[in-house]
Design a protein around this ligand. Structure first.
Ligand code: URA
Length: 437
């Protein structure tokens, strides 16, 4: 690898001039090996956060981070294997419903997923609410689950994109998390390292999304798709709504219950709609279905009970107790439930979903610090959601306490501080806003 002057590269990027591909590779490789120190990488990250990157720079950064570790090339081992990524939200259990549902249609799916980040819940944390469930699989175990159950969700192994882990730790403490090229390279380096045949991106928009403003969410979706160009993984994105919690449950064990209810055909309509839209795109991308036959296959998998049977197989393949599907009492149970009543009549016109997520984290359902222990039974059930009519005294939510002991009135008033009830007619928002490819 050529030796460049780090000082010179930093100066150039600070002035807003682009770096060439070999210079970006030099930087990422040097930082990962430890020859470029944290303070110089921090300076580069800040220059990128302020000045942005060209599409070519961003693609090179993604590739350099991807090449810092293992590449699984899964698409070479299967006729077709899908992957899915969500930018995160509150009550987002789409991956949990989607995986066995798609597998029940005969399409394999595997995900290297994450834990909760900030106000958003983490798919792995939810799965670990299931007794015995192993979400830390080796590559061999991951592939065995694909063979046994047609679907798998596991944590990213140490070997996947180590450059991202090191860079993210610096971004976290240097105010450079919110940068489109850095977010793009971070997400896509991990996703492309798995090397699925196709990837569906669920890019959230609204008050509980990473990108709250629609145009920012769309720019992120376009940027993620562009970063995959030439990678061999076909990528499409759906922009979906996160201006309200998704479904009824936000937490861990309670989201597992809701997932199974959806797979039993009894789940909330919004979760079903958002999941179905993504499942349909995966089936179509597999080349074995068109839109109409994909929808028929999905409907049949649900109504026949095959999706539910696939769920039992999947949980067992990852070491979990499949009896939870039929007996929710085997999951961690809340010790107390606190009802929140509507103080006035009207319509529920808004839920600040970021605040709802932070509230859920504060109950113990997420982590405030990396080493916090998750309280799997803690969470919130949103009995009413944005757009619903409400009468004074109706129960709008139930707060579930796990192991912690909290003042009920304080929690109720905190909850009501991020919910708006008024006479206004809430603006209608679709659940699925746009499909990009
Ligand atoms: N998720 C990631 O994996 N990386 C980011 O930078 C932001 C969200």
């Amino acid at each position: 690898m050529a030796d460049y002057s780090v000082y010179e590269l930093l100066n150039r990027k600070r002035r807003g001039a682009p770096l060439d591909p070999r210079e970006i590779e030099f930087f990422v490789e040097g930082f990962t090996r430890g020859t470029i120190p944290d303070y110089q990488m921090s300076a580069l990250l800040m220059a990128i956060a302020i000045n942005g990157m060209t599409a070519e720079e961003m693609a090179t950064l993604t590739q350099a981070m991807l090449r810092s570790g293992e590449q699984w090339h899964l698409r070479d081992s299967y006729d077709f294997i899908a992957d899915k990524h969500s930018t995160g939200g509150v009550g987002d259990k789409v991956s949990l419903v989607l995986s066995p549902w798609v597998a029940a249609c005969g399409v394999k799916i595997g995900m290297l997923s994450g834990r909760g980040l900030g106000h958003t819940g983490g798919t792995l944390d939810k799965l670990e609410a299931i007794p015995g469930f192993n979400a830390r699989l080796s590559r061999e175990e991951f592939e065995r689950c694909v063979a046994d159950a047609g679907c798998v969700i596991s944590t990213s192994t140490e070997g996947i994109a180590p450059a991202d882990k090191k860079i993210y730790a610096l971004r976290d403490v240097t105010g450079t998390v919110e940068s489109l090229p850095l977010i793009t390279a971070s997400i896509m380096s991990k996703k492309l390292a798995m090397g699925a045949s196709a990837l569906i991106l669920d890019v959230k928009t609204g008050s509980g999304a990473f990108m709250r403003i629609y145009q920012d969410s769309k720019a992120l979706a376009q940027s993620l798709i562009a970063a995959a160009a030439g990678s061999g993984t076909r990528v499409e994105a759906l922009i979906t709504d996160m201006d309200r919690p998704l479904g009824i449950a936000a937490g861990n064990a309670n989201e597992i219950v809701e997932t199974i209810e959806v797979l039993k055909g009894r789940g909330p309509a919004d979760v079903l709609e958002v999941t179905r839209a993504q499942a349909e795109r995966i089936l179509v991308m597999s080349g074995r279905f068109d839109e109409a036959s994909a929808n028929r296959a999905l409907e049949d998998a649900l109504t026949s009970g095959r999706a539910l049977e696939q769920t039992r197989k999947w949980i067992a393949a990852q070491g979990g107790d499949p009896n939870i599907v039929d007996d929710y009492s085997l999951l961690p149970q809340p010790r107390t439930t606190i009802e929140v009543k509507a103080p006035q009549s009207g319509a529920l016109t808004a839920i600040d979903t970021y605040q709802a997520g932070m509230f859920t984290v504060d109950l113990g359902a997420g982590r405030k610090k990396a080493d916090d222990v998750i309280d799997y039974a803690a969470g919130v059930l949103f009995d009413l959601n944005v757009g619903d009519e409400v009468r004074a005294g109706d129960t709008i939510a139930r707060i579930q306490l796990g192991t912690s002991d909290r003042d009920a009135d304080e929690l109720r008033s905190k909850f009501l501080s991020f919910v708006t009830i008024s006479d206004a007619v809430p603006a209608e928002r679709p659940m699925v806003h746009e499909h990009l490819r």
